[in-house]
Ligand binder design. Structure first.
Ligand SMILES: [Zn+2]
Length: 91
């Protein structure tokens, strides 16, 4: 992942499609650019920060759901039970 400056957009290695994955716009300033195994990902800076934070949370949730991190299971269970109890009290 890196930053694609406006003057770099014409380079051979720059992605042809400069539309942000999240908002669909082509921002005039620097872009966040990530070349993956199946193609390029382009994001404007605000959406890169938004997506990055949500990816971290989703990755954490997926790891907890997989049961691979046993030491987190009790903590996740307590949080889930507390959320369920709070929802039941608010009804
Ligand atoms: Zn965007």
């Amino acid at each position: 992942m890196g930053v694609l400056l406006p003057q770099d957009c014409v380079e051979w290695w720059a992605p042809r499609d400069l539309h942000c994955l999240v908002c669909g716009e082509v921002p005039p300033g620097p872009l966040i650019f990530w070349q993956g195994a199946t193609g390029a990902l382009v994001l404007c800076p605000d959406d890169a920060a938004y997506l990055g934070a949500h990816l971290i949370g989703d990755a954490r949730e997926a790891t907890l759901a997989s049961g691979r991190e046993r030491h987190w299971a009790a903590r996740a269970t307590r949080a889930a039970v507390a959320a369920i109890e709070q929802r039941q009290r608010s009804r």
